[in-house]
Design a protein around this ligand. Structure first.
Ligand SMILES: [Zn+2]
Ligand SMILES: [Zn+2]
Length: 254
């Protein structure tokens, strides 16, 4: 299966867009930048959206995706997140104040969006893709996704503070093929990283120690725009050949 990076920045700017990844043709992982990066025809093919949490940079393009596909589909787009994430989006985004409630538009019987809570620690199967979740440390809660296709597993952790279970669960996998993980701030912003539930190169490095010497690519995402130069040079200084900074447009096979 292919994962195509639509956006993977930790900020929205002329040089970087918020996180969104297209998995195959029909599954979107995070809705940070899909509306402005994918053709309308391809947006209409999205049947499922997986959300890690309700922070704006991960959900904002749901608003425009809903509009863009409204007369292009004959069934709702299923939005998957944990129950808390979905209730936050319902209460604060699709609340008929900030944006129309697209779970009732154009009609309650035939809406554009449908919210579907992820099973607690369960498995979601979408065609050939199997999705498992793990709660990670981040203010308000956040999920990491273990994406399994055929015989390989790609781990995605969008926003996360130090979460020992993330690395230990990945370490147990015999078919781990790649790891997409955030590193938002530079080492000197350690305190901010701690309170905002994010990683620095130093924190990433201790996570990778827990993961062990498994030889897989580690794709870094969600670097804050103002931190980019420092984070990249601190990642280089780790001299870990597995680490690469992910860029929009990249495709990952897994
Ligand atoms: Zn967040
Ligand atoms: Zn974020």
């Amino acid at each position: 299966m292919k994962l195509r990076v639509l956006g993977c920045s930790g900020s929205e700017s002329p040089t970087g867009r918020s996180p969104s990844f297209l998995v195959g043709d029909h599954v979107l992982l995070e809705a940070g930048s899909v509306a402005s990066t994918l053709s309308l025809e391809d947006q209409a093919k999205i049947d499922h959206v997986l959300l890690s949490h309700a922070h704006l940079d991960h959900v904002k393009d749901l608003a425009f995706l809903a509009e863009n596909v409204i007369h292009r589909r004959d069934r709702p787009v299923c939005i998957h997140g944990d129950a808390e994430c979905l209730s936050q989006i319902r209460a604060h985004l699709f609340n008929d104040i900030i944006w129309p409630d697209f779970t009732k538009v154009p009609s309650e019987e035939d809406p554009v969006l449908k919210f579907q809570p992820l099973p607690n620690d369960g498995l979601l199967e979408i065609g050939d893709l199997k999705v498992e979740t793990l709660a990670v440390e981040h203010p308000g809660g956040c999920l990491a996704f273990f994406l399994r296709s055929r015989n390989s597993t790609l781990v995605y952790s969008g926003d996360t503070g130090n979460t020992i279970a993330l690395w230990e669960k990945a370490r147990e996998l015999s078919n781990l093929s790649g790891f997409i993980v955030e590193t938002s701030f530079s080492n000197e912003m350690e305190e901010l990283a701690e309170v905002s539930g994010h990683l620095t190169p130093r924190r990433l490095s201790s996570g990778l120690e827990r993961l062990g010497p498994v030889d897989i690519p580690v794709y870094v995402v969600h670097i804050k725009n103002s931190e980019e130069r420092k984070v990249v040079s601190e990642l280089d200084a780790l001299e870990d050949p597995r680490i690469r900074v992910l860029e929009a447009g990249t495709e990952i096979d897994f």
